[in-house]
Design a protein around this ligand. Sequence first.
Ligand code: DP6
Length: 330
Amino acid sequence: MNSQISSNIWFEASAPSNIALIKYMGKTDTVNNRPTNSSLSWTLNNLRTFVRIKQNGELTSDQWSALKRNDLRPIELSEKGKKKFLDFFAKLKTEFKLTGFFEIESANNFPSDCGLASSASSFAALTMVAHQYAGGTYLPKELARISQKGSGSSCRSFFSPWSLWHEQGAEEIQMPIKELKHMVILCDESVKAVSSSQAHVQVLTSDLFKGRPERAADRLQKLITALRKPETEWKNIFQICWNEFWDMHTLFHTSSPAFMYLNGDGFSVLAQILEMWQKEGDGPIVTMDAGSNIHLLFRTNQPDSYTKYLNHFNQKFNIWTDDGYQNRKD
Ligand code: DP6
């Protein structure tokens, strides 16, 4: 690594977001974000966080602010969010032997109200830019392992388009599907009462957590097998992913104290999707994260279905797609 010859120059990196089909929910170690089960995600390459850093000799601590640029939308970080980001940057400085204090700026190229958590993309981008600044030569797998300590799901953002995070860390997994179309239906845009980090802790109190690691492992194996034959197994892929997000949300609903992200609108959208799927005998993969937004993934040979869902749900809901479509009802 170089010895910080790079003072006073901005270094910038960007990383994509990802959406899990087999979920990371529950940790065996909250310091290093070790998951109770393996997870599998699809990388959202169009949805990225950009982070830049510059050393500043006049600072007495690292400072974060929103990166302002015409092509980017600034992230609003809560005090808690800012602390998590800066605490992790301090760890990165130790790892990469960076000294002094830094200005850190970040922003997303997707709106913060589009229903996508930006924690995966922002922690991955922060890890990348610190590594770049230090002139490091770590491999993506090593960087992913470090980024995991900042936010677990960020380790999957180092690989594309499919990322598998198992006991030995995250890595790319080859699948025949190389392209999918992503759509988010926003069912509740209020601020979440329970963060995903808090959800990881609370799910462990659910009676139904017993057997969860085994269920997730079993589903992961079945999903990988099905994804290798998408032409014949698409319906099965849908069913596995559907069961998986319900499993996670049921843990939320049965924790002590119980909490819910799914509201009446969310239930209604899910019921309509099920009806459309049953009528057509085909449709998108459906999944939900720790929130109330519904994520759909379509094959590229489903353009009619894609348009049908878009036209149907944008009557009532805000929708966001990864090719930039966004409608606002308010
Ligand atoms: C529901 O990675 O946000 O999106 O490690 O505490 O930062 P921390 O949690 P985070 O958890 C994401 C959980 C999830 C499912 C998933 O992405 O696998």
